[in-house]
Design a protein around this ligand. Structure first.
Ligand SMILES: [Ca+2]
Length: 338
């Protein structure tokens, strides 16, 4: 807009915008039909039309990293990306978390809120809303525990400890009492691939013979469905420095023996941890370490007191550095059912 002042001597001057007072001076709304411009003691009025922000399409462009939550735990929608197409704007806009709302079961929720859903449904749709447009993604709620693979206990457990992981390099060695520094069986965190894991960490560098034990306490004898979130660690091709360029598929039951309180879990041959290339998983190499799949071990007889799900790594796979390799493990879920 250009504003010209005419002075008493008939001279004229283009007035700089910063010298003009504009009313209203806040954000405009569609009900504003004019603005008044004042310079010294003279005013002029300009008719305007304010278009409301009209969102024509809302799309979840990336799901949250983890869509499984334990009842009584907290929501964490890290990784969720919501993109809006807005009328009169050339580029779709990635919304910030405070611009959209999330609702599930009729309640508005946000990161850190307690999960109050009862787990009775196979999945719950979460609705993302922005300017009259919506999209949805599904979450699963466990009536039980979600034990992160990185929840490692390096001391003797006590009666107060619940939902923890213990590690041994082999059946006949002692439990690890400090984090591994030698690239064997360790919590992976603080690196790019860990950003794509629940809790931003996972259990990695599993080698043949390693023992991983997940413990949880139950107040009653009952049954529970047990599953893990795991990803292939079968590095087929890299850049020479462990940055994956291609990951191979792994048949899960050729990598590990799993026991539920001592009873061997039968995992069918068709449970495959899919590998892929960066193109397959969305152009991010780190995603190849964390291409998570759910592996179910069926129903476990749960004792009153401490229960253990034990993994003994016995992998047929050899990576491109001629080393033993198995899967990466994000978390284990214990679901007592609705
Ligand atoms: Ca994790």
């Amino acid at each position: 807009m250009e504003v010209t002042a005419t002075y008493s001597d008939d001279s004229t001057e283009k007035v700089n915008n910063y010298r003009i007072k504009v009313a209203p001076d806040g954000p405009l709304t569609p009900s504003d039909t004019s603005v008044t411009l004042t310079y010294e003691d003279k005013s002029t009025t300009q008719a305007i039309t304010v278009n409301a922000i009209v969102c024509t399409k809302l799309e979840i462009t990336k799901d949250p990293i983890s869509t499984v939550f334990a009842r009584g735990g907290t929501y964490d929608f890290t990784g969720l990306e919501v993109t809006a197409t807005i009328e009169h704007q050339d580029e779709p806009k990635v919304l910030s978390t405070d611009e959209y709302t999330l609702t599930v079961g009729g309640k508005t929720i946000k990161d850190g809120d307690t999960v109050e859903l009862d787990g009775a449904e196979a999945s719950y749709p979460v609705t993302v809303s922005y300017k009259n447009q919506t999209d949805t993604f599904d979450i699963r709620v466990i009536n039980g525990y979600k034990i992160e693979g990185e929840n490692i206990l390096y001391t003797e457990p006590t009666d107060e400890d619940n939902n923890f992981v213990r590690l041994k390099l082999s059946e006949d060695s002692g439990y690890l009492t400090e984090p591994s520094k030698n690239g064997t069986i360790r919590a992976v965190s603080g690196v790019a691939d860990a950003e794509y894991a629940s809790g931003k960490a996972y259990l990695g560098d599993l080698k043949n013979g390693n023992v991983i034990e997940f413990y949880f306490r139950s107040e009653v004898a009952t049954t529970a469905d047990i599953s893990i979130s795991a990803a292939s660690g079968y590095l087929v091709k890299d850049d020479g420095n462990w940055t994956p360029e291609e990951m191979g598929d792994m048949q899960f039951n050729k990598t590990v023996t799993v026991t539920l309180n001592g009873t061997v879990a039968n995992v069918p041959d068709d449970v495959i941890l899919e590998g892929g290339t960066p193109e397959d998983v969305g152009g991010v190499n780190a995603m190849l370490w964390t291409n998570w799949k759910t592996v179910n071990f069926g129903t476990m007889e749960v004792k009153e007191g401490l229960n253990v799900v034990k993994f003994v790594v016995a992998s047929e796979y050899t990576n491109c550095h001629n080393g033993s390799c198995a899967f990466n493990l994000d978390y284990l879920s214990v679901d007592f059912g609705a």
